[in-house]
Design a protein around this ligand. Sequence first.
Ligand SMILES: Nc1ncnc2c1ncn2[C@@H]1O[C@H](COP(=O)(O)OP(=O)(O)OP(=O)(O)O)[C@@H](O)[C@H]1O
Ligand SMILES: [Mg+2]
Length: 248
Amino acid sequence: MGEALLQVRGLSKRFGGLRAVHDVAIDVPQGAITALIGPNGAGKTTTFAMIAGFVRPDSGSVRFAGDDLTGWRADRIAARGMVRTFQITQPFAGLSVMENIRVGAFLREPLPAAAERLAREIGTRLGLGPMLDRQAAALTVAGRKRLEIARALATRPRLLLLDEVMAGLNPAELNEIVALIRAVHASGVTILLIEHIMQAVVALAADAFVLAEGVLIAHGTPREIAADPRVIEAYLGQGAAARMAWHG
Ligand SMILES: Nc1ncnc2c1ncn2[C@@H]1O[C@H](COP(=O)(O)OP(=O)(O)OP(=O)(O)O)[C@@H](O)[C@H]1O
Ligand SMILES: [Mg+2]
């Protein structure tokens, strides 16, 4: 096997006295859907922020498509083909849905008319067609998640980092977004996703990395990690795995 598309090694970040991320290593193979999971505050978003150039790591390295991008700015990393979505969606409320997507499209299409064409094409593909000329502020939670993915996709990434795009959705919306992520993947985009909803992780990901308190504690198929006592304890507290085995 060749080198993974994304290779993260020894990535660490402290915020004052808090060890938010410590010595994290992640491989994302070209063409895969890989998951990053873990309890609240585990360091998942901080890991994404370091990978995508929004937060400078204290140490460690980020290699993408064979190049060392450690410490690069987010826009340069996006130009290379790696882009993240934001867990807390913050569309430009005064702009239309199309104009929000066009912000991403400008990376590849400097001319406004061409950028608008690309934005409309991607927005339509993501089910936002009827909303394209409405204010972004008018979108529902599910619509905002789609807009967040559309804006990222408009940069034409090779690797898309999705940060909890399923949080706050109802079961029908959840099924739709799982289908949408499959379609994006089928179009040739490699995906690394942060997700709390295990059902979605099992449905989508071949491989999952588990973070707890800033440290990687497990790595395997979603089914393997769901049965891993260290993972169960990280989510449910010390002794939980033993209690479950006792009762199970
Ligand atoms: N800019 C910051 N300054 C100080 N502390 C931060 C900062 N960003 C994150 N943290 C802290 O770092 C830890 C990891 O946060 P992070 O957002 O990466 O976790 P997460 O795994 O994404 O959690 P969640 O599932 O709740 O989104 C938390 O304790 C958080 O409060
Ligand atoms: Mg987070």
